[in-house]
Ligand binder design. Structure first.
Ligand code: ASP
Length: 442
């Protein structure tokens, strides 16, 4: 049995919801459906979730949310009429209006898009509606409580017939609604898949699958037919964002594969995301490729520390990292040479005074020969299990960058031998990605 999650574009209007219903009804194994709030109908449109955040702003400014909430009412009216549904959401909107006007917060308000969307979908499919508030639990600090949730999902969702669950939110033990971060319905889908022990988690969106590289940088890139959980983690950490990065954790616990599919092109096979161990043991096969995908992010900074005989100085790295820890700085990468160590950090949120203090402490406590701070660095991750069986992958990456006249500022090869990370100047970022893509896709 399967869990199918449909994103905002799939739930945007009556026509797209009809497509969703067709996909679900055709598939006897499609038992659990998780939905997002209605998204954009065209690029200039506003998502229902954003209209709901606007309700809070309107209330805080004018005392009442009514004018803003009216826009949400109209979006759902249009959908219900378009589907010729015998459904009246007036009582639900009364409750929502009263709660927001009575002081409810952003999480409650924004969660109502998924709540109403699931009521509509359940009615249209003739399925059972189960409120996410009854099965998805957060603790009092707002952290997701995975084990309580897993028990509740397994218990409340069993039984015959189709079930529709709203994505994006759950409740804390005191009954307060809490949402995941934006795009969090993907996480709900993964949680439901784990709880009901689904054979597969289908994530239906508006693209044909995970692309090898960002299409805003490289036109018409190849679609990745299959990637492992680990490759997904590397690529999504570096900014590839078809799926919420946290969706991987629940399914990983139960080895459930994810299939990214396109509601608007349902015959396309999409991208399969499979358990790494099973892939490594040969349970899945895919077209043999050296690299699976390329992703990257700009605006990192590097602190280069150089000291002769650094390699024979006990505790050097520890003392360097201690200074960063003292200043609450997260470390992104740590490439090192015999007498050099580079700390790559995300400098956003670091004020000039704090940065100066860090550099000063490094000089005082480590007595290096040289310390340099360079910002405006882009990191590019070249990811794929295929590279650990093939010689010369790194040299192909570097040759491609050399030919494109890109200056490499940093190189880091992960210990898992499935990724090579290169640092280049922000200005060379797009050129570098295109050059690497071309090198492996001739
Ligand atoms: N509706 C929420 C958002 O726009 C959650 C989701 O669609 O996954 O972020």
């Amino acid at each position: 049995m399967k869990v199918l999650k449909f994103g905002g574009t799939s739930m945007a209007n009556a026509a797209s919801i009809r497509k969703v219903a067709e996909i679900v009804e055709k598939d006897a194994r499609a038992k659990y459906v998780v939905v997002s709030a209605p998204g954009k109908r065209e690029s200039a449109d506003i998502k229902v979730t954003d209209l709901l955040y606007e309700c809070i702003e309107t209330r805080d400014r004018d005392g009442l949310c009514d004018a803003a909430l009216e826009k949400v009412v109209r979006r759902f009216d249009e959908i219900i009429r378009g589907l010729s549904l015998d459904l009246d959401l007036t009582p639900e909107f009364h409750v929502i209006r009263d709660k927001i006007n009575g002081g409810a917060g952003r999480d409650y308000a924004s969660s109502r898009g998924e709540f109403l969307s699931a009521i509509v979908m359940a009615k249209y499919l003739g399925a059972r509606f189960v409120d996410a508030g009854d099965v998805i639990r957060f603790d009092m600090d707002g952290n997701f409580d995975s084990e309580t949730t897993n028990r509740l999902v397994a218990k409340r969702l069993e039984g015959g017939g189709r079930v529709v669950v709203p994505g994006f939110y759950g409740k804390m033990p005191n009954g307060k609604v809490k949402t995941f971060s934006r795009g969090g319905s993907d996480i709900t889908g993964a949680i439901v898949a784990r709880g009901v022990n689904a054979e597969i988690y289908e994530n239906w969106t508006d693209v044909d699958g995970f692309l090898m590289v960002d299409p805003r940088i490289q036109s018409s890139p190849q679609i990745i037919e299959m990637l492992t959980y680990k490759e997904l983690r590397e690529l999504s950490y570096m900014g590839a964002n078809v799926l919420h990065p946290d969706s991987i954790f629940p399914v990983r616990k139960a080895d459930i594969p994810i299939n990214i599919r396109n509601t608007f092109n349902p015959t396309a096979p999409g991208t399969m995301i499979v358990p790494t161990k099973k892939y490594m043991s040969g349970a899945y096969t895919r077209t043999d490729r050296t690299i699976t995908g390329i992703a990257g992010k700009t605006d990192f900074a590097a602190i280069y520390v150089e000291k002769s005989m650094m390699n024979s100085e006990l505790g050097f790295a520890r003392r360097l990292l201690k200074i960063l820890e003292r200043h609450n700085i997260l470390l992104e990468h740590l490439p090192s040479g015999i007498d050099t160590m580079t700390v790559v950090i995300d400098p956003s949120g670091l004020c000039p005074e704090e940065l100066n203090a860090v550099l000063r402490e490094i000089k005082e406590e480590l007595s290096p020969n040289n310390v340099e701070y360079v910002d405006g660095i882009a990191l590019i991750a070249v990811v794929g299990h295929g590279m650990n069986r093939k010689k010369g992958t790194a040299s192909r990456v570097f040759a491609a960058l050399g030919d494109a006249d890109v200056n490499i500022r940093m190189i880091d090869q992960g210990s898992s031998e499935m990724n090579i990370i290169v640092g280049v100047e922000n200005g060379d970022y797009q050129k570098a990605i295109r050059a690497i893509y071309a090198q492996f896709n001739v």
